[in-house]
Ligand binder design. Structure first.
Ligand code: ACO
Length: 326
């Protein structure tokens, strides 16, 4: 029997209507007595603006819009989707999953739908799971969606975190094919580092117990992120029998331009091979990789047949890479 692979046939994205520049954010934060500046944010992170959701916008709605754009790009009808995997750490409810809510919003039913929770690594986790399920031959067409409203879990009095994140969603249609597609992928986690990036609160007894805000040890995250992005890229290249010179585009999680450039340097790649959208989107956690992918595809930079290294790293601590022939 011929082997089954999975390949990306469409990409899509969705952002809230309102872009907030560093200057605007600094002015808003100053009203609360929180001091920051455009200069500090740009120098330390490369971020110049982020999109922040209006009240009432949901993760489901943003994710569904990205999914619709990906379906339109692939030419596939929503009714043909038999698997929805949503990567999110900011779901609309504890349950049901955002994937089920997006399924209903797309007007379909019957296929599998579930969320994966791997914070900023969520999209590469989702891609790996969907690829594996498609390769079983049981599922034919998946939507893999990263959708986040991190603005809802930010402490706007904590300048070390609130300037870094934004809201958004990105999606791909991943479907069964005779040729890859996904060439190799690897996922990792080290739960002993859970405390360096977490939102530890929980809902119990009718209220929130513990801290409901995102907390981060920025320097610890920075050090770990650069090391694991390099090692996991090398690991999937070896699995695919390729080397770094064959990567056309590196698309790492968009946390910080210094992390992106340090990763490229370690891999011996020039900075013009790195897709960078963090300056416009901020860190959108699980949405950042599919947002960056869609941005570069729609700009005509990424072309069919090129090799893409998609990389996630984030809370858990989690990390992983997916090597794709587009
Ligand atoms: N505006 C102005 N000053 C600030 C701000 C701010 N928003 N935030 C912190 N500062 C100050 C600090 O108070 C400190 O002042 P002090 O020296 O008087 O004490 C000074 O700036 C330096 O603070 P550091 O935390 O040491 O700054 P650092 O150079 O480490 O940069 C940053 C912080 C950008 C978070 C960095 O550690 C980093 O990039 N970490 C990677 C983590 C990351 O990007 N995480 C995103 C989520 S994780 C993920 O997605 C994988």
């Amino acid at each position: 029997m011929a082997r089954i692979y999975s390949r990306i046939t469409g990409t899509g994205a969705a952002l809230p209507a309102r872009a907030v520049s560093n200057g605007e954010l600094a002015r808003d934060l100053a009203k609360r007595g929180v001091e920051t500046s455009d200069e500090w944010i740009v120098a330390r992170t490369g971020i110049r603006q982020r999109y922040l959701a209006e009240e009432g916008l949901t993760t489901t709605e943003l994710g569904a819009r990205a999914a619709e754009a990906a379906l339109a790009a692939s030419g596939a009808p929503a009714s043909s989707v038999d698997l929805i995997v949503v990567a999110t750490s900011t779901p609309d409810h504890i349950f049901p999953s955002t994937a089920c809510l997006i399924q209903a919003r797309l007007g379909i039913a019957g296929g599998a739908a579930f969320d994966v929770q791997a914070v900023c690594s969520g999209f590469v986790y989702g891609m790996t799971v969907a690829d594996a399920l498609i390769r079983t031959g049981v599922y034919r067409r998946a939507l893999v969606i990263g959708a986040e409203l991190f603005s809802r879990i930010l402490d706007w009095n904590d300048r070390t975190t609130c300037v870094l994140f934004g809201d958004g969603a990105g999606a791909v249609v991943l479907e069964a094919a005779n040729e890859p597609g996904v060439l190799a992928s690897r996922l990792h986690a080290d739960g002993s580092q859970a405390q360096i990036l977490c939102t530890a609160g929980r809902i119990a007894q009718g209220g929130v117990q513990g801290d409901p805000f995102l907390r981060m040890d920025g320097q610890a995250v920075f050090k770990l992120a650069v090391g694991v992005l390099d090692s996991s890229a090398r690991e999937v290249l070896a699995d695919a029998g390729m080397d770094a010179t064959q990567i056309d585009w590196l698309i790492p999680h968009q946390a910080n331009v210094r992390i992106l450039n340090a990763t490229a340097k370690k891999l011996g790649l020039s900075e013009d091979k790195v897709v960078v959208t963090v300056e416009r989107h901020g860190n959108t956690s699980a949405a950042s990789v599919p947002l960056a992918l869609d941005d570069a595809v729609r700009a005509g930079r990424i072309r069919r047949g090129q090799h893409l290294m998609l990389q996630g790293v984030g809370g858990g601590f989690t990390w992983g890479s997916v090597l794709v022939r587009f």
